[in-house]
Design a protein around this ligand. Sequence first.
Ligand SMILES: Cc1cc2nc3c(=O)[nH]c(=O)nc-3n(C[C@H](O)[C@H](O)[C@H](O)COP(=O)(O)OP(=O)(O)OC[C@H]3O[C@@H](n4cnc5c(N)ncnc54)[C@H](O)[C@@H]3O)c2cc1C
Ligand SMILES: *[C@@H]1O[C@H](CO)[C@@H](O)[C@H](O)[C@H]1NC(C)=O
Ligand SMILES: *[C@@H]1O[C@H](CO)[C@@H](O)[C@H](O)[C@H]1NC(C)=O
Ligand SMILES: *[C@@H]1O[C@H](CO)[C@@H](O)[C@H](O)[C@H]1NC(C)=O
Length: 514
Amino acid sequence: MGSWRPGSLPGASMRARLPAPLLLLLASLWRGASGASELRYPPSKIAVIGAGIGGTSAAYFLRQTFGKDVQIDVFEKGTVGGRLATINVEGKDYEAGGSIIHPLNLHMKHFIKELGLSVPENRHGLLGIYNGDEFVFEESSWYIINILKLLWHYGFSPLRMNMWVEDILDKFMRIYRYQSHDYSFSSMEGLFHALGGNDFIQMLNRTLDETLQKAGFSQKFIYEMVTPIMRVNYGQGVNINGFVGAVSMTGADSGLWSVKGGNKLVCSGLLYASKAQLISGTVISIEERTRPQRTGGTVKLYEVSYNSASGPATDMYDIVLIATPLNHKMSNITFQNFNPPLAQFSDRYHQMVATFVHGRINASFFGYKDPSHFHLANIFTIENPNLFIYSIGVVSPVQNTHDDMKQPMGPAVWKVFSKESLTKEQMNLLFSSYDSVKEKKWLAYPHYHLPNTCPPIILHDRIYYLNGIEWAASAMEMSAVAAKNAALLSYHRWYGNMNMIDQEDLYEKLKTEL
Ligand SMILES: Cc1cc2nc3c(=O)[nH]c(=O)nc-3n(C[C@H](O)[C@H](O)[C@H](O)COP(=O)(O)OP(=O)(O)OC[C@H]3O[C@@H](n4cnc5c(N)ncnc54)[C@H](O)[C@@H]3O)c2cc1C
Ligand SMILES: *[C@@H]1O[C@H](CO)[C@@H](O)[C@H](O)[C@H]1NC(C)=O
Ligand SMILES: *[C@@H]1O[C@H](CO)[C@@H](O)[C@H](O)[C@H]1NC(C)=O
Ligand SMILES: *[C@@H]1O[C@H](CO)[C@@H](O)[C@H](O)[C@H]1NC(C)=O
């Protein structure tokens, strides 16, 4: 990996300009001020729980931040990748969980570059939006016709939507600046405030519907164009918070990509690059213990109890990062002798079923009298109680070679998103014929509702929780952002660098620094 250098640590650029003795004096001053008067030794062991994109990127960033000597153990009860997983249909693999990545997701972009992974050719099939009776919008292969159609139906709303999303993305991207200067945040609210002030925090507590109405978008546009995108990305409507709504809208941008061979390769790659040890086991509980030190005195450690193939075991850690949603259905970790305020977030994950079908779509189900006129490769839907799917679309395998190009009317692999498993009757309506069917049921992302509070990042003195960020928005890049933040936060809190945590006016501060 080799990108870690002592000089890349906090404030290095500023320090270089000061004479050394002054530096030492300053250092002792802020150490005294922050109350961490004793010289801290480096932590010897750090545990990361969960080997999804959150946990594996955390291992990677912990290595960068803490250096080469610390031992990093990553616990995983299932498979590396977590919600990034592929499913095999007729000998080829398809993304079954998190699949698309935005071109401005800079952490993800950095990972694939660093890991030497590649991106398959981008292909774009035509999209239709179906309301249960008819298509309210059908994309044409002629760009200009699409523009005219959109203008005719929605005026300038689509264009304004682009600008609205871009403005939010612009502010969100400030995080990369802050993180490259090693700044961290101790709460989600603090992080969001640093990105876009009170407006940003407010977006977390207002529905997308209300946010867009306030911004002047028409009801028709929200209902016909925005809702279907929320449904395909989050299985929910426009009553989700405005920020996750904006993240979801970026999923309709151009230039979206995925990783050749499967997005989960990023996770195994990061694990390898971090030189962390993977422990296959289910973490059951975490308890703080006081242990005598060889040098005299005592030290506080966390005892992590887990079950593995070779039976129950425990291990001691200085720092613990939790990179899995904390609720009984998904991770079921108990904390002994302390009780982080998480109860309200239990069991609130939204079920999403992904069904992969090799077959021919039934165009007449979607109102086509003559199936030979059907050219759509993606159908999104509007909220309608009669509709039992969120979306259906042709997918390409993750290996993606040229001969995988398919005509929608020929047999193809379709991915269907629905709330519940599809029944035989429903399958027979959607497809005129099919041979193989594979299903993957996910507790996919939070069930968003207002008022929205984000779970804490700091659960105990040296226990950090990454997945609270999903309550602002669940996406691969969000997990990576939370991972880098937790790595930096745990580092600064360990060494008492309080000036690197929750700084006000960072945006202004960093603007003048370069
Ligand atoms: C169907 C679907 C489609 C999606 N589409 C997209 C998309 O297109 N783009 C996008 O950016 N995002 C998408 N997402 C969201 C994205 O996949 C997630 O936000 C992201 O993968 C979460 O990663 P994570 O590491 O935080 O959590 P996870 O991937 O859930 O990782 C947590 C890991 O912890 C393990 N674990 C849990 N409990 C324990 C325990 N007690 N002991 C040990 N290990 C434990 C789990 O087995 C799991 O591997 C989608 C998600 C789904 C489900
Ligand atoms: C969660 O763990 C506790 C104790 O470890 C156990 O008693 C309980 O049955 C588990 N719950 C679920 C839903 O797995
Ligand atoms: C296709 O859809 C039509 C209209 O909903 C339905 O009557 C028919 O049974 C479906 N199945 C096949 C195989 O055509
Ligand atoms: C949203 O509002 C609730 C109650 O009005 C408040 O407790 C909560 O902190 C707010 N959430 C955010 C993210 O600001």
